[in-house]
Design a protein around this ligand. Structure first.
Ligand code: SF4
Ligand code: SF4
Length: 218
């Protein structure tokens, strides 16, 4: 019954991890925020398509994940990534990710990039979702945000703001007025980190602990 009820309240097109969301209330916030961010991206891409601009981004194109040096990530997103790789990724990919996290050195390729694809695609951060490039694919080592800003999609602000609005209770900010104030002032970005400077080794340890516990429980 509960499961059915939870499914009914989830909007169509929004990722749904019903049983995990019951255990982790922050996960519903995050998935709702990603749903809105994705909606905003789709709308922005449609507007660009009307001007005849199509994204150069395509499956297998991953220079951005290898060489971009300033990919922003917010604490709730780090919790989401941590949960996803620890509890949801299995098989050979899990071992590859664990090794990459363990060996990670600052400015290495993103530790979640496996064989040219994003292994955390459903839980990838807003910044990865929004980064769409027009005209031509990024050259190796190029970050078009700095080299040709006009070729990088500009997200529609109302969707991004709304996504942050939904995530702010994770940081203990519940009042709606306070949340809008924090968004409008830009203070919402004070907690941002960079993917390239996170302590990924600690996530490898967390995965290891989870795996040991699973073995013990068998
Ligand atoms: S951002 Fe650049 S490297 Fe990444 S998928 Fe798009 S074109 Fe390819
Ligand atoms: S999280 Fe995924 S999309 Fe983002 S940089 Fe890493 S591999 Fe690329």
């Amino acid at each position: 019954m509960e499961e059915k009820k939870a499914k009914k309240t989830v909007r169509q097109g929004r990722l749904n991890f019903a049983s995990d969301e019951k255990v982790h209330p922050w996960l519903s916030m995050l998935l709702e925020a990603y749903y809105l961010a994705d909606k905003g991206i789709a709308e922005a891409l449609k507007a660009e398509a009307r001007k005849g601009r199509r994204p150069a981004c395509a499956k297998g194109c991953s220079h951005c994940c290898k060489t971009h040096q300033t990919i922003p990530v917010y604490p709730i997103e780090l919790v989401g990534l941590s949960w996803y790789v620890t509890e949801k990724i299995n098989g050979p990919e899990r071992g590859v990710i664990k090794t990459q996290l363990n060996n990670y050195e600052e400015n290495d390729p993103c530790p979640f990039l496996v064989e040219g694809a994003c292994s955390v695609h459903p839980l990838r951060p807003v910044s990865c979702r929004q980064f769409n490039v027009f005209n031509k694919p990024c050259a190796e080592g190029e970050d078009p945000y700095y080299t040709r800003r006009e070729d990088v999609l500009t997200p529609i602000r109302k969707y991004t703001d709304r996504a942050f609005f939904i995530m702010l209770p994770f940081y203990g900010i519940r009042s709606e007025a306070e949340r809008w104030k924090i968004i409008e002032s830009g203070a919402v970005h004070h907690v941002v980190k960079l993917m390239q400077t996170c302590n990924w080794k600690s996530l490898a340890e967390k995965m290891e602990e989870f795996d040991s516990k699973m073995m013990d429980d068998k």
